[in-house]
Each structure stands twice: as structure tokens, then as C-alpha cells.
Design a protein around this ligand. Structure first.
Ligand code: ZN
Length: 192
């Protein structure tokens, strides 16, 4: 019995921080195409959008499935037919803590991927602004967001967790996308 329990616990641990079979199916299928975006229009996709996402291990983040996923997420959100400014992994059916954000605060306004991201601090000041979401087609509502946030994420180049302070519209995008990782859709925060 003890042997069996140890086996079960080890099996549980070995899955921690790895892509599931379903995740890998999404990542590896038709890699030249853009990813399908999940919306609140179906119950099945809403369930994925409402799930809490989990971190990936460092080993996985240095692997080719992660780099393909990050590249495909960037290609999807920046596709002219999609025209988004940010995308979170649950929006393409993967409950892992990865977001892609267009950095309007950087030269050339590049799209960048942020794995294992959390918001660790924020300004006391908030500002109201209109938002939309690729998972809530055709809608726009006003939401209050912090004017500045401090994010923590794994930097692939530096090979370590880093923190960074983000201001302005880019900070709004980070708040919207990180909400997705906690199962929150911006319509939950709409001002009445
Ligand atoms: Zn969204």
C-alpha cells in the first residue's frame, strides 16, 4: 500500500508544471495556422476560460513546445483578422500562466510572451477606460484599472524570475490578461 501511495504521489508530482496531453494537442496541431480563440459563446469553452491556470516548470519553459506555443500565440493575436493587443493561454484552450502583450511602452510596440506571470503590486490610483476581449466578441465596456502594476514572470533570456513596473495603457493590458489566468473575464469588473 505504501509503495502504491508513493507511486501515486510521484506520478502527481511529475505532472506538475508540464503541459497536459490536451495542451500538447493544441500546441502541435497545424502549427502554421493561427490558434482557435475560445469564447463565452459555448459552455465548454467558458469552462476553460473560468479555470485557474497553473505555472510551467523551468524545464518546460526551455523546451520546444513552449517556444512554439509562445510564437503561435504572438502570431495569432497580431494576425490582422484577429487584431488584438493581448492574449492569455486560456483563451486558446490552455490553462497555463502565459500571456502575450503588445508593449506600447517599447520602441516598435512588439508583442512579447510572459510565462509564470503574476501581478505582485499596484498603484493606489485607478483610471476608467473602455475594454474589449477576443473571448467576448462585439462588446466593449468601461472598467477601472490600476494606472501602474508590478509584474513578476520568468525571463527566458535571463533564466530567472524577474519583476518589472508597467505604466499606462500597457499596464491595463497586463491586468486584463493576467485576470484571464485567474478565470476572471473583464465583464466581471464592468462599472454599473
Ligand atoms: Zn480578454
Amino acid at each position: 500500500l505504501i509503495g502504491l501511495l508513493v507511486g501515486v504521489i510521484l506520478a502527481g508530482c511529475s505532472m506538475e508544471g508540464r503541459f497536459s496531453k490536451s495542451d500538447l494537442g493544441i500546441i502541435r496541431t497545424n502549427p502554421e495556422e493561427i490558434l482557435k480563440i475560445y469564447t463565452i459563446e459555448t459552455e465548454e469553452e467558458t469552462t476553460v476560460l473560468r479555470n485557474i491556470s497553473t505555472d510551467l516548470s523551468e524545464k518546460v519553459l526551455f523546451g520546444k513546445d513552449y517556444s512554439l506555443l509562445a510564437e503561435r500565440m504572438i502570431r495569432t493575436v497580431s494576425d490582422t483578422a484577429v487584431g488584438g493587443v493581448g492574449l492569455a493561454a486560456p483563451q486558446i484552450g490552455i490553462n497555463r500562466r502565459i500571456v502575450v502583450v503588445q508593449r506600447f511602452d517599447k520602441e516598435g510596440e512588439p508583442f512579447e510572451a510572459y510565462p509564470n506571470i503574476t501581478i505582485v503590486d499596484h498603484s493606489s490610483e485607478t483610471k476608467k477606460g473602455a475594454e474589449g476581449c477576443l473571448s467576448v466578441p462585439g462588446e466593449r465596456y468601461d472598467v477601472n484599472r490600476f494606472t501602474s502594476v508590478r509584474i513578476s514572470y520568468f525571463d527566458i533570456n535571463k533564466k530567472e524570475m524577474v519583476t518589472e513596473t508597467i505604466d499606462g495603457f500597457t499596464a491595463v493590458i497586463f491586468q486584463h490578461e493576467v485576470d484571464h489566468l485567474d478565470g476572471i473575464i473583464y465583464t466581471d469588473r464592468v462599472l454599473m
